[in-house]
Design a protein around this ligand. Structure first.
Ligand code: FEO
Length: 404
């Protein structure tokens, strides 16, 4: 892959990974993902973040380095902002190719170096404020940003260029192709990356929203002229835009959410779906937009993205064998793990022989601290009286979302 010059001494080198693998073994990436590394050429040479042996990434890294006139074995310092294997999985092989390389990571990062890769030599522990002088006016300053996305994570900042190497923070799913900078993508492409950055955030980072806020606070005094994450595009025209976007995502935790409803629904024979249509009519009467996600047809990765930003949640599912519709149980568990908390919520659904979903549902949502409207359940096909109640409940949900 091509080396893209951030300036005459700093280069972005990325590998586009197109794969049917799931990211973290869980999340679909139909548009792939980029693994970005950064080359800094002072009197000494530093590489910020490595790759995993995934989709040809090591070869892409080697090609990019050679375009910038550097061989793998020329690198003096390997800065590992984050030890998750998407950025380090190729480390053992890389050290065989470049045994003299010195690795810099936080103290917790060095523990992970030992447990993941059995690396204990040629390692330097760094902490916030430490600097790595590369000569010729180039240096890196380290900023510990724990839990964005693992406990050992840090960012690295190059003051002369104002470039922040932020690793997972400010990242996105999606391959880049032969362009890497924000000013090289058109509005439609930005819209797609924005969707994929929300999905990335809600899937990967959302459990650590408080830490995202703390990390952003630590950046307040820095002059940011480029934000260079290790997934997704590099922000040089509008570096604050992606920081502001992540700040907005983190603020969803505090209730500053979009006045929308995320509808998650499943239906066995169309009876819950009939009731759902009545609730949607109520939402439309109130002019509240909604997104629709059917389970198990749609992957929960996409549901999380809409649920994470939306003030309202509408759960529509039938009773299944005296309990919840099974795929909904997985979604609700993810909502807790990924902190989809404090929403304005309504649950509806039909039952056949006898109810039962309600009890299990109420247990599942208890940790979410949702503000719940009264549930609506009905046997079999909803009659006109039930449909009227459902329309009214939809209007109430819409009003409560607008007022929240
Ligand atoms: Fe891109 Fe948390 O790894």
């Amino acid at each position: 892959m091509k080396a893209h010059a951030i300036n005459d001494r700093i280069y972005a080198i990325h590998a586009d990974v197109r794969t049917e693998d799931l990211f973290e073994g869980i999340w679909p990436i139909p548009d792939g993902v980029s693994l970005n590394s950064y080359l800094l050429k002072g009197e000494k040479i530093a590489l910020v973040d490595l790759v995993r042996d995934w989709g040809g990434a090591p070869a892409a890294l080697e090609t990019g380095l050679s375009q910038a006139g550097v061989k793998l074995a020329d690198v003096d310092y390997l800065v590992l902002n984050h030890l998750e294997p998407d950025h380090t999985g190729w480390l053992a092989e890389y050290r065989r190719l470049n045994p003299k390389v010195q690795i810099l990571a936080t103290a917790k990062g060095c523990e992970l170096l030992r447990s993941f890769y059995k690396v204990t030599e040629g390692v330097r522990v760094v902490k916030s404020g430490d600097e790595l002088d590369l000569g010729a006016g180039l240096k890196l300053v380290f900023i510990e940003t724990p839990n964005v996305h693992w406990p050992e994570t840090m960012m690295s900042y190059e003051p002369s260029s104002g470039t922040l190497f932020s690793c997972d923070a400010f990242g996105s799913f999606g391959m880049l192709g032969d362009r890497v900078f924000d000013d090289q993508f058109n509005a439609g492409e930005h819209e797609r990356f924005e969707e994929e950055s929300l999905r990335y955030y809600s899937n990967i980072v959302s459990s650590f929203g408080l830490f995202v806020k703390r990390a952003v606070e630590k950046l307040a005094g820095l002059e940011l002229r480029a934000v260079a994450p290790s997934h997704g595009m590099i922000w040089r025209a509008g570096p604050r835009a992606i920081v502001d976007r992540y700040t907005k995502y983190a603020s969803y935790l505090d209730g500053k959410r979009e006045k929308e409803v995320c509808v998650v629904w499943g239906s066995m024979y169309g009876n819950t779906e009939r009731g759902l249509k009545a609730v949607l009519q109520g939402l439309e009467d109130e002019g509240v937009p909604y997104s629709m996600h059917r389970v198990p047809n749609e992957d929960a990765s996409y549901i999380l993205a809409d649920a994470y930003k939306s003030e309202g949640i509408l759960i529509a599912m039938p009773t299944y064998e005296y309990k919840m519709f099974p795929p909904m149980a997985y979604v609700l568990d993810l909502f807790d793990r990924k902190h989809v908390w404090g929403r304005t919520a309504l649950r509806i659904g039909s039952w056949g022989w006898v109810g039962g979903a309600r009890k299990e549902y109420e247990e599942a949502i208890a940790p979410l601290k949702w503000n719940n409207l009264e549930s609506v359940e009905w046997p079999g096909i909803p009659d006109e009286a039930a449909l009227e109640v459902l329309r009214a409940r939809g209007r109430e949900l819409g009003r409560r979302v607008k007022e929240a």
